[in-house]
Design a protein around this ligand. Structure first.
Ligand code: SF4
Ligand code: SF4
Ligand code: FES
Length: 241
């Protein structure tokens, strides 16, 4: 028997065990999200997927869908909250999009367009973070890291390698690699790893391919982040159910 809940007053069917976000995407309704990926266990750190259920905020990527639940998602208050969360993510790193090889294919940048970000709002924090270009095939530019732990989960659960981790807490936390030298060249990461492919920003990139795709043909030149997310989710569902 199929149960349903209500997302912004629209009836959404769900399967037992689906989160609010999964059920929404399954039904073709986009809820903004950054740290959640269909291939990975949820991490619930970015807070972009926040919805209101019974007057209280919840991360829709971890909140189970429940029968007859009333979920608010597309409200001016929640859009303002998502914008503020994203503005905070931007000022906590060092993002120079025009000179970034991920520009046009970056989920963070695409989310900024989706939410209509036009300024930083908060003071820029200019953290000092080391870049690691030691690996022959993979760049690591920590300035662009949003500490979403996608690479941590993907390396562990999809690549079976456990290359990445986050050290420290809060603004001082930083991406670390699993090697005594602390350098990417001394890990077994490879350019084909899902950890690299799924990084939502230009922090982990493959060397010698940057800027190869012309402007106009990059991922988010052609599709909005909402359309891409729905396609990715449907592809993952078709592959794994
Ligand atoms: S990682 Fe994304 S948001 Fe950051 S500089 Fe590169 S394109 Fe811009
Ligand atoms: S390297 Fe990429 S995937 Fe890993 S935590 Fe940073 S932004 Fe997220
Ligand atoms: S997508 Fe749910 S908290 Fe990041």
């Amino acid at each position: 028997m199929t149960h349903t809940f209500f997302l912004d007053d629209q009836e959404i069917p769900f399967r037992e065990g689906q989160s609010v976000l999964q059920a929404a995407l399954s039904a073709g309704h986009y809820i903004p999200h950054l740290c959640w990926r269909p291939q990975l266990e949820p991490h619930s750190s970015c807070r972009l997927c926040t919805v209101i259920i019974n007057g209280r905020p919840f991360s829709s990527c971890t909140q189970p869908a429940m029968k007859d639940q009333k979920v608010d998602c597309d409200t001016p208050e929640l859009q303002a909250l998502r914008k503020a969360v994203l503005q905070m993510i931007f000022v906590e790193g060092n993002h120079y999009c025009p000179s970034c090889e991920e520009s046009g294919s970056c989920r963070l940048q695409a989310m900024a367009y989706h939410l209509g970000l036009q300024d930083n709002r908060f003071p820029q924090q200019f953290p000092i973070r080391e870049r690691d270009n030691s690996h022959p095939d993979v760049n690591m530019d920590r300035d662009r890291c949003i500490r979403c732990e996608t690479c941590v989960r993907a390396s562990r659960d999809l690549d079976g390698k456990n290359v990445f981790g986050i050290h420290g807490r809060g603004i001082k936390s930083k991406l670390a690699v699993n090697a005594p030298s602390g350098l990417l060249k001394d890990t077994d990461v490879s350019a084909e790893d899902q950890a690299v492919a799924l990084c939502p920003t230009g922090c982990l990139t493959v060397k010698r391919v940057g800027f190869k795709v012309p402007i106009g043909q990059r991922i988010y030149d052609k599709e909005s982040i909402s359309a891409m997310a729905l396609k990715e989710f449907q592809a993952e569902e078709a592959a794994h159910g």
